[in-house]
Design a protein around this ligand. Structure first.
Ligand code: PYC
Length: 317
């Protein structure tokens, strides 16, 4: 078996594991088609790379694959503890930092990654930050009411539905304290929203499942505009402010007339880290989000899958 070589990093606290060697052959073609092959035939590989005992619930994997688009540097498929992600902002920053670390890119280069949902650009900067240009993002519906039971009481929350590379339900009027000490309640509340969206058949405007829930509150830092809590599809919370979530937020703010092109939006995460976003332009009703953040390399490793190990393919939640 080819050894699986990975480079680990974290972007504003949220971990990424880039598979740089030993990934499965997905047959080439468009990255969206390769992602379908990965999902159907190589779920064991996904789980082996990111799930316990080798990984953890928060870990996002990034499989570097050939791109079909001649404009792309390479393709990338992001995945987590329960499946594939369409796109991933913190992971894109982690991937760019990893390529710089490996000497495959340099500050000032513009890297273009083909994802299953479009091209994402990343520029490693001289100060160590990475700037990404995410996929066109949009608010799809405003002020949607979602009702569910929470802690034995019936509860209704209103929020927006937006695309930022993944589908999000974004709510500010929820009454919860956005602090790390409150993680269990935030998780239970957001998960109840997620389930209510699903059971009421509320989806994105392309029929996509709304699998990320984002709650907003006042920032704890003077240099931020807002703090968030983001619940990811596998019930882990995003330690970073979430790149696709910040893109969705900026789309909502712009649609509400609260964020102009070029105006900075400084999004604090639940752990106090920060992304700085701006809207570069608006095209056909979509905002073009630009986001900056930092990633740090934490490990180089060779993953070992011992045929005698009953958990070599990970413990699936
Ligand atoms: O940064 O877009 C993001 C992201 C999605 C899930 C975890 N991080």
């Amino acid at each position: 078996m080819i050894p699986i070589k990975v480079v680990d990093s974290h972007t504003e606290g949220e971990p990424t594991r880039v598979v740089v060697k030993g990934g499965p052959d997905l047959g080439g073609g468009a990255v969206a088609a390769q992602a379908a092959v990965f999902r159907e035939r190589f779920d064991w590989f996904r789980s082996a790379v990111v799930n316990e005992p080798r990984g953890c619930d928060a870990l996002v994997g990034a499989l570097v694959v050939p791109a079909a688009d001649p404009a792309a540097t390479c393709g990338v498929i992001f995945f987590n503890n329960v499946g594939l992600l369409n796109a991933c902002g913190h992971g894109t920053i982690g991937l760019a930092a990893t390529l710089v670390h490996l000497g495959r890119a340099a500050p000032g280069d513009t890297l273009t990654f083909e994802t299953p949902v479009g091209l994402v650009r990343a520029t490693p900067l001289a100060d160590g930050e990475v700037e990404i240009r995410n996929v066109p993002s949009r608010r799809s519906r405003a002020d949607v009411a979602v009702s569910f039971m929470f802690e034995g009481a019936s509860c209704t929350v209103r929020g927006d539905i937006a695309w930022g590379g993944n589908w999000f339900f974004l709510a500010s009027d929820h009454g919860l304290d956005l602090s790390l000490a409150n993680l269990d309640r935030l998780t239970a509340f957001s998960w109840a929203i997620r389930q209510a969206l699903e059971s009421s058949g509320i989806r994105g405007d392309d029929g996509g499942v709304i699998d990320h829930v984002e709650l907003f509150g006042p920032p704890s830092r003077d240099d931020c505009d807002s703090r968030n809590f983001v619940l990811c599809p596998g019930k882990a919370y995003d330690r970073s402010p979430c790149g696709t979530g910040t893109s969705a937020k900026m789309a909502c703010l712009h649609a509400a007339g609260q964020l102009r092109i070029g105006e900075p939006w400084r999004q604090e995460s639940i752990i106090g880290s920060r992304f700085t976003g701006t809207i570069a332009a608006v095209e056909r009703g979509n905002v073009l989000p630009v986001i900056r953040g930092s990633a740090f390399i934490t490990a180089h490793a060779t993953l070992h899958l011992d045929p005698r190990d009953p958990f070599r393919h990970g413990i699936k939640p």
